[in-house]
Design a protein around this ligand. Structure first.
Ligand code: SAM
Length: 343
């Protein structure tokens, strides 16, 4: 971390420390005293009380998923306009902390009122533009499971907006390339004629993150939503998969950079940063979550934290398992009658 950040947050270069002035007797910081050589700062407080203490122009990546104002256990529902205004104030201060080469990633879904959907990325885009940030990607994060809607199509994606402060930004594409769908494809003209046409380093993972890796095996790979049986699951209802954040950290920062999540929940982005040798600051108002984040970071250092790697394929039934068979009582229903002809 820069000396300026270190002076503000740490007593030595290893970790975290609430300094008395920073603490203001209101902020709980956790003492994570590891020999990782990195600064790790986990703060339990309202972001409004913390943001003013973060030095300007120091953060390389701000990455977060804010509350969506949909009545989750950790939020008090506000009027939609008030909610946006509140976000705007925080975002204004966050951008001041961002370095000139820095990026900001905002992961959002929909705000829903009386069954009507308000796509949050649409509203947040306006806010970020007002502060002169430049949109580089609108990433669709597609997942396979979730709530089954009955009066509209079930929602199966969220949006990740990636902005930069200037045109001079970090983008380490080689860190996040993935295997081509058809690596054996041969070029039939040009300089590569007769040779494999793809890049041996792999391909750009694109802005839709649901990766079809081996479609000849009909195996669909993607980053799963963190739900019931996921190895990373905690009590938090809106947890990031660690792999999702790792891809952004690897692409948008360099080693030893500072990552900052102002709504850190159970610390998924902190773990992604620590795992990849970045310094990190995380803030959450709910102690129940920062306690879990603290434990997860501890478990990571002990080597006992379970993380689902990005490359691990989702389990796909081969058709012989009991769960993949069509129940007897469905076999006369229109959808299922001719299913064997289709498969
Ligand atoms: C969508 S969740 C983020 C979850 C996180 N990405 C994770 O992987 O655990 C939003 C978080 O914002 C926190 N939060 C809500 N209002 C806050 C505020 N004013 N200051 C700080 N944190 C707040 C909530 O406690 C919640 O954990």
């Amino acid at each position: 971390m820069s000396d300026e950040v270190r002076k503000t947050f740490s007593k030595d270069n290893m970790v975290i420390f609430p300094t008395e002035s920073f603490l203001n007797n209101k902020i709980l910081c956790y003492d994570i005293n590891y020999s990782s050589g990195k600064d790790i700062l986990l703060i339990n407080n309202d972001i409004e009380d913390v943001i003013g203490n973060i030095p300007k122009n120091t953060i390389n990546l701000i990455i977060s998923s804010p509350p969506y104002n949909i009545g989750k256990p950790y939020e008090k529902k506000k009027k939609f306009n008030e909610y946006l205004e509140w976000n705007k104030c925080i975002i204004n201060k966050l951008i001041e902390c961002l370095s000139d080469k820095g990026s900001l990633c905002w992961e959002i879904g929909n705000y829903v009122k009386d069954g009507e959907v308000f796509p949050l990325d649409y509203y947040f885009y306006e806010i970020f533009k007002e502060f002169n940030l430049k949109l580089r990607n609108r990433i669709i994060w597609n997942y396979g499971h979730g709530y089954h809607a009955s009066r509209k199509f079930s929602g199966r994606y969220e949006i990740l907006l990636w902005f930069t402060k200037t045109d001079d930004y970090i983008f380490n594409l080689d860190n996040v390339r993935e295997p081509q769908k058809y690596p054996g494809k041969i070029a039939y003209k040009g300089k590569k004629k007769g040779k494999p046409s793809g890049n041996p380093k792999g391909k750009n993972p694109s802005d839709v993150w649901s990766i079809i890796q081996n479609d000849w095996d009909r195996e669909i790979w993607y980053i799963p939503n963190v739900k019931a049986r996921h190895v990373e699951k905690t009590i938090h209802t809106c947890q990031f998969p660690i792999a999702l954040i790792e891809r952004l950290i690897l692409a948008l920062t360099n080693k030893n950079d500072i990552v900052f999540d102002p709504f850190v929940g159970v610390g998924s982005s902190m773990i992604a940063a620590i795992k990849n040798n970045r310094n990190v600051i995380g803030v959450d108002r709910e102690k129940i979550y920062t306690d879990i984040a603290f434990k997860r970071i501890n478990d990571y250092f002990k080597g006992t934290l379970k993380i689902r790697p990005i490359e691990k394929p989702i389990w796909v039934p081969n058709g012989n398992e009991k769960v993949a068979k069509v129940p007897e009582e469905w076999k006369n229903k229109p959808l299922w009658k001719n299913i064997n002809d289709i498969l």
